[in-house]
Design a protein around this ligand. Structure first.
Ligand code: ASP
Length: 321
C-alpha cells in the first residue's frame, strides 16, 4: 500500500484481539465501521487542510477516545479493583519529541494529557496523581466516573474475575485487548504517532502496558516510520515493537511492510504477543498487520476514500465528500 505521489496518509486502529464473528451482529459491525470512519474523517480534515501529522493523529485519537465502543477514554476497561487507569502517548517524527501519561483517570481525552506533557512539562512521561495535577493546571477537560462507565466493560470485568476466582481463567490474553491509535504522514512528509488505552481487562492496579512506552507501543521518526501498536502489552514492551520496526528499516534496509510483518508475525506471535500494529513511512506506505482474529483498522489518503476493516477481509470503502 504505497502512495505514488506526494500525498498525506492517516491510518488508525481501534484495538486487536479475539473478535468473535459469532458475537458480532450486523448492527454492531456497522457501528464499529462508523466509529472508525468518524476518527478517519477527523484526522483527514486536518491533513487535507495542509495541517500537521501531529494534529491529525491527535484529532483521530480524540474521536476514538470519545467513542465508547473502543477501549480508551470513554469506554476504557476496568482493573481488577474495578477502577479505570488510562495510558497514552504521542510522538512527533520531526524531532522525536514525545509525551506520555500512565495510570490516569479523569482527563476526558488522555491523548491531550500526553500532548500537554510533550509540549509543556519539560519531561516525557508523567504518571498517576501528579500527571492529573499537571493536567488540571493545564486546564484540560475532566469527566467523572459516570462518563467513562460502560456496561459492556463492567460486565467483561465481572466475567474475568469470576473465571479467575473459580480457577478457570483462560490464558487467552487476546480476549482482554483493546486500545486506539493513529499514525500519519502529512503533506510535508512529517510523521507522527499517537496511542491511547484503558489497558487490559482485570489488569493489576498500577500495571502499565506498552501503549505509553516510547519505542514499544508508540514510535515516530521521520527517517523511518510512525507506529502504534495494540496487543499483549508486556510482550510488546519486551520486544520494543515500535522501535524494532524502525530499526529493521534503518539498519537492515527492510521496507515498512517487511519490517512490520517480521515484528508482528515472526517475533511477537510465537512468544504470546498477540495483537497488531499500524504504521506509515516517509514515502506514504501503510502497513496494518495483525496476528490474531481481527483488528479494527482503517486508513485514508488524499483521494478521500475512508477504508475500514475488522477481520482479514477486503476493506470497506466509503467516499468522503
Ligand atoms: N496494548 C495494550 C496494553 O497492553 C492493550 C491492547 O492494545 O489491547 O495495555
Amino acid at each position: 500500500m504505497t502512495s505514488t505521489h506526494d500525498d498525506f496518509v492517516l491510518a488508525i486502529h481501534g484495538g486487536a484481539g479475539t473478535i468473535l464473528r459469532s458475537k458480532m451482529t450486523p448492527e454492531r459491525e456497522a457501528a464499529y465501521h462508523a466509529g472508525l470512519r468518524r476518527a478517519l474523517e477527523a484526522g483527514r480534515a486536518v491533513l487535507a487542510d495542509g495541517g500537521a501529522a501531529l494534529d491529525a493523529v491527535t484529532a483521530a485519537v480524540m474521536a476514538l477516545e470519545d467513542e465508547p465502543l473502543f477501549n480508551a477514554g470513554r469506554g476504557a476497561v476496568y482493573t481488577s479493583a474495578g477502577k479505570q487507569e488510562m495510558d497514552a502517548a504521542i510522538m512527533d517524527g520531526r524531532d522525536r519529541a514525545a509525551g506520555a501519561v500512565a495510570g490516569i483517570f479523569g482527563p476526558r481525552n488522555p491523548i491531550l494529557a500526553a500532548r500537554a506533557v510533550m509540549e509543556h512539562s519539560g519531561h516525557v512521561f508523567l504518571i498517576g496523581e501528579s500527571a492529573m495535577n499537571f493536567c488540571r493546571a493545564r486546564g484540560l477537560s475532566f469527566e467523572d466516573a459516570s462518563y467513562f462507565y460502560t456496561e459492556q466493560r463492567w460486565n467483561a470485568l465481572q466475567e474475568t474475575l469470576a473465571m479467575r476466582n473459580s480457577g478457570a481463567e483462560d490464558q487467552d490474553e487476546s480476549r482482554k485487548h483493546g486500545t486506539v491509535g493513529a499514525v500519519a504522514r502529512d503533506r510535508k512528509g512529517h510523521l507522527a504517532a499517537a496511542t491511547s488505552t484503558g489497558g487490559m481487562t482485570a489488569k493489576a492496579p498500577g500495571r502499565v502496558g506498552d501503549s505509553p512506552v516510547i519505542g514499544a507501543g508508540t514510535w515516530a521518526d521521520n527517517a523511518t516510520c510512525a507506529v502504534s501498536g495494540t496487543g499483549h502489552g508486556e510482550i510488546f514492551i519486551r520486544y520494543a515493537a515500535g522501535h524494532e520496526i524502525a530499526s529493521l528499516m534503518r539498519y537492515a534496509g527492510k521496507s515498512l511492510e517487511e519490517a512490520s510483518r517480521v515484528v508482528v508475525m515472526d517475533m511477537l506471535a510465537p512468544v504470546g504477543g498477540s495483537g497488531g500494529i499500524i504504521a506509515v513511512d516517509h514515502t506514504g506506505a501503510v502497513s496494518l498487520p495483525f496476528n490474531c482474529s481481527g483488528m479494527y483498522r482503517g486508513y485514508v489518503r488524499g483521494d478521500n476514500v475512508l477504508r475500514t476493516a475488522i477481520y482479514d477481509e477486503p476493506m470497506v470503502e466509503f467516499c468522503q465528500g
